[in-house]
Design a protein around this ligand. Structure first.
Ligand code: 5AD
Ligand code: SF4
Length: 434
């Protein structure tokens, strides 16, 4: 009988792809099959995130729960960013954990599986040319890594410590992977990297020169591929050629996640983001001029050390000017191994909470206003998910989450949908042209 694998994936799309890699390796080399019941699993893996403090605390309580409900013979592995960050401390605090595997080492999953108490967290390990076996969590779209690691040194961010130096994956491997996905029937690829538009800065072997704009062009030449998405570009590397390619290439979905972090140039400097408020606004205005209907989302951290009322007002001015289609907003959380951890001009907790609330209230009002304009509009939707409640959900080219009444025959197809009801981040519609 096949052994069973239960895997829980926290954090970002990079982790989703890392989980897919591990599932593929475990399936092909060790004959594991997925289960959604931890209690019947032979192997339980938690693929963790450490970008903020909360999920790290949650990990240990979760591990305790898994340890109680697991089969006697089952193993527990902790992988991903918290594994990189805490290493063997995880086994010290939870001695029943069988192995710890860092985010940069997921290709070693079948190796650590057989070495009890193994801890592999080497961040200089290079798996950029490692050919993973195939596993895709969705038949309709494929996540494809285009780089690993991160070369930036944002002072708030633990990711470079966990994922190491940035290395681009050779373009021929990416393009082959995209081809194979299309052959399998997927119509969409989702390109992943910490700073996708820094692509090509460093390969581990010698490879022809290539930047992200060129990579997008080459991928879009694949016949049968209809949609390309990517996350995340860095505002600093949004040059004109990239914005123009984004706006004019019909296969590139008009949706971009552009992390602002702060609207204050002084705070951006403290964060070592490498751009100013004006540069960010200029890039967004250029993008909007060429692609007026693009969905633009962002990440914002409030109450970074030293953030004054005036700095926060700058962030709000950017929010009001850009009118983002979605904001992921966070209170600053000090992280180990970061420069800002040592900053002592901490913003008081009550002020931090007030700022977050204010930002979210203003953004909610912006989205309420936007959603009024969606009703009656038509969008081309790619259906990807069958819901329990008789709806099938998908996304428009510009990233609106849209659902229609329907059944599984429309999964994996495109249709023109007219919006009939609109809420902040979810739209209901009817198919007008199948
Ligand atoms: N505190 C709060 N938010 C953070 N992020 C990254 N590090 C921190 C931190 N120390 C946010 C950033 C990033 C997103 C993934 O998480 O906004 O873009
Ligand atoms: Fe993703 Fe960053 Fe969380 Fe790692 S720490 S899972 S890279 S969001």
């Amino acid at each position: 009988m096949a052994k069973k694998l239960f895997i829980e994936t926290l954090g970002c799309a990079m982790n989703v792809r890392d989980s897919e890699h591990m599932i593929a390796e475990l399936n092909q080399k060790e004959h594991y099959e997925l289960t959604t019941e931890a209690s019947e699993a032979d192997l339980i893996v938690i693929n963790t995130c450490s970008v903020r403090e909360k999920p790290v605390h949650k990990l240990f309580s979760e591990l305790g729960v898994f340890n109680k409900l697991k089969k006697n013979s089952a193993k527990i592995g902790v992988t991903g960013c918290t594994a990189s960050h805490l290493g063997e401390e995880i086994i010290k605090r939870a001695p029943y954990v069988n192995f710890v595997l860092g985010a940069r080492n997921v290709s070693k999953i079948t190796d650590v599986l057989h070495r009890d108490k193994a801890v592999e967290t080497e961040i200089s390990y290079d798996e950029s040319e490692f050919a993973f076996k195939e596993f895709r969590s969705s038949p309709y779209k494929s996540f494809i890594n285009i780089s690993i690691g991160c070369d930036k040194q944002c002072t708030f961010c633990i990711v470079p410590h966990n994922r190491g130096e940035e290395i681009s994956i050779p373009a021929n491997l990416i393009i082959d992977e995209a081809y194979r996905s299309v052959e399998r029937g997927a119509r969409e690829v989702f390109l992943l990297g910490q700073n996708v538009n820094n692509y090509g800065r460093r390969f581990s072997g010698s490879h022809p020169k290539m930047n992200f704009t060129q990579l997008l062009r080459d991928i879009s030449a694949i016949e049968g591929l209809e949609r390309i998405r990517f996350t995340s570009p860095h505002p600093l590397h949004m040059d004109d050629a990239f914005i123009e390619e984004f706006a004019t290439n019909p296969k590139i979905c008009k949706s971009m996640h552009v992390p602002l972090q702060s609207g204050s140039t002084a705070i951006l400097q403290q964060m070592k983001r490498g751009y100013s408020k004006e540069w960010f606004l200029n890039r967004i205005d250029t993008l909007r001029a060429l692609a007026p209907n693009a969905f633009i989302s962002t990440d914002i951290i409030v109450a970074f050390p030293g953030e004054s009322d005036a700095d926060f007002a700058d962030t709000m001015a950017v929010v009001e000017h850009v009118k983002f289609d979605q904001i992921f907003s966070f209170k600053y959380s000090p992280r180990p191994h970061t420069e800002a951890e040592h900053y002592d001009n901490i913003v008081e907790a009550t002020i931090a909470s007030e700022r977050l609330r204010h930002l979210q209230d203003v953004q909610d009002a912006i989205l309420d206003e936007k959603s009024r304009h969606y009703v009656g509009q038509r969008y081309r939707v790619y259906f990807e998910e069958l819901r329990q409640d008789g709806y099938v959900a998908g996304r428009s080219d510009n990233n609106l989450a849209i659902r229609v009444k329907g059944s599984e025959e429309i999964l994996g197809t495109f249709a023109e949908v007219e919006i009939t009801q609109s809420a902040r981040l979810s739209q209901i519609g009817e198919i007008v042209v199948a």
